[in-house]
Design a protein around this ligand. Structure first.
Ligand SMILES: *Cc1c(COP(=O)(O)O)cnc(C)c1O
Length: 397
């Protein structure tokens, strides 16, 4: 009772609340938390069968756990993906999705506007194993095409990208990947599966940091990789089993409960972000507002088609450089200075000195990241209070 029936189709909200639910014989309403590292077998024969794969019961929580499995099943149902595997963090998801199948001599093409950790893995970690890469302007389809080599195995991108919120055409890049015989991996953290499901546009693998909107309440780290069954069996499952980036059952339980409200939270955040973006655009001391839901976004039409809503992040440039940006951030009363995002609490960060500090000034300029730029993750507070806080801090300039 209460579990989704296989073969029947359900709406997104139903999948978010009940997807993957597997009740024990106690009939608990909430998902059970199986906080256990191992599993006892009823006989030596059962243990043998489980190791041989002839019995699909649980073996060890590095390979699989009932609470983690409910989270994975729910994510796969939300995304419309064949299968999902959970990881301890978003970065574990990204590095595992790349390392589980790439080998020496392979080549990766990635959009250069991406999360700092992802750029480090591609630019600094992969070359140690003989895997080369080319970074391109993700919005320029000719640049993707021109970067393709016979050894290209993966195209990697994030849309909207951090922190400039540019939008990449998923269908077009998936087409380029498949023509090259490569896989497209999409980091879908900023859009969330509520707004955008990249597999519908041809992505082969989708990765998430569940730390962001999925938890959305600042409690735990988590990540996930969504893919097809063959990729899971051939590459992902054996890699996770033997390298151990696995998610804790406790965190999986927290994330399962969070998914129940993901649709409500993300839609409310988008509504608040749109209002805050408009309020910022009316301020004289704000030079530019970047919000994919505004008609003045350079790719407004693509954003509308791919994401529907504009997302929960607003990036803006104030009149001035680092000193003015710091003065502004320090004058905020309600909004917290934090590099996290997708949280119920509104959070602001200065990319030049935090998320993008590792890049050279030239690399930042190439991305369009300026010293007067701030990235705001709009939360669930009353949007009028968020806008008031921003306006009173602008007065400090
Ligand atoms: C946060 C984030 C990650 C990394 O996730 P963690 O859970 O912090 O490891 C990867 N990609 C994007 C776009 C992110 O925002």
């Amino acid at each position: 009772m209460g579990e989704l029936r296989p073969g029947q189709t359900y709406g997104l909200k139903t999948r978010l609340v009940r997807g993957g639910l597997k009740r024990s014989s106690n009939g608990e309403t909430s998902e059970a938390l199986y906080l256990t590292s191992g599993f006892a077998y009823d006989s030596a024969e059962t243990a043998e069968a489980r190791f041989k794969g002839e019995d699909d019961g649980f073996v060890y929580s590095r390979f699989g756990n009932p609470t983690v499995a409910m989270f994975e099943e729910r994510l796969a149902l939300i995304e419309g993906a064949p299968v999902a595997r959970a990881t301890a963090t978003g970065m574990a998801a990204v590095s595992t999705a790349l390392l589980c199948h790439l080998r020496q001599g392979d080549h990766v093409i990635a959009s250069r506007a991406m999360f700092g950790g992802c750029r480090y893995v591609i630019e600094d970690v992969l070359p140690r194993y003989g895997i080369t890469s080319t970074l391109v302007d993700g919005t320029n389809l000719d640049a993707w095409r021109a970067a393709v080599k016979p050894t290209t195995k993966v195209l990697f991108l994030e849309t909207p990208a951090n922190p400039t919120l540019e939008i990449i055409d998923l269908k077009a890049v998936a087409g380029i990947a498949h023509k090259a015989g490569a896989r497209l991996i999409v980091d879908n953290v900023f859009a969330t599966p509520v707004l955008q499901r990249p597999m519908e546009y041809g992505a082969d693998i989708v990765v998430y940091s569940a730390t962001k909107h999925m938890d959305g309440q600042g409690r735990c780290l988590g990540g996930a990789i969504l893919c097809d069954k063959k990729f899971l069996t051939d590459h992902l499952q054996p890699f996770i089993r033997n390298t151990g980036p696995s998610l804790s059952p406790f965190n999986a339980w927290v994330l399962l409960k969070s998914l129940e409200t993901l649709d409500l939270r993300v839609r409310a955040m988008c509504e608040h972000a749109a209002a805050v973006a408009d309020a910022l655009a009316r301020e004289k001391k704000v030079k530019r507002v970047i919000y994919p839901g505004r008609p003045d976004h350079p790719q407004a039409a693509l954003a509308r088609a791919q994401m529907g809503l504009g997302g929960s992040l607003v990036t803006f440039e104030i009149d001035g450089g680092k000193a003015e940006a710091f003065k502004f951030a320090n004058a905020l009363n309600l909004i917290d200075i934090s590099n996290n995002l997708g949280d119920a609490k509104s959070l602001i960060t200065h990319p030049t000195t935090t998320t993008h500090f590792r890049l050279t000034p030239e690399a930042r300029a190439e991305l369009g990241v300026t010293d007067g730029m701030l990235r705001l993750s709009v939360g669930l507070e009353d949007p009028a209070d968020i806008a008031d806080d921003l306006r009173q801090a602008l007065k400090a300039l």
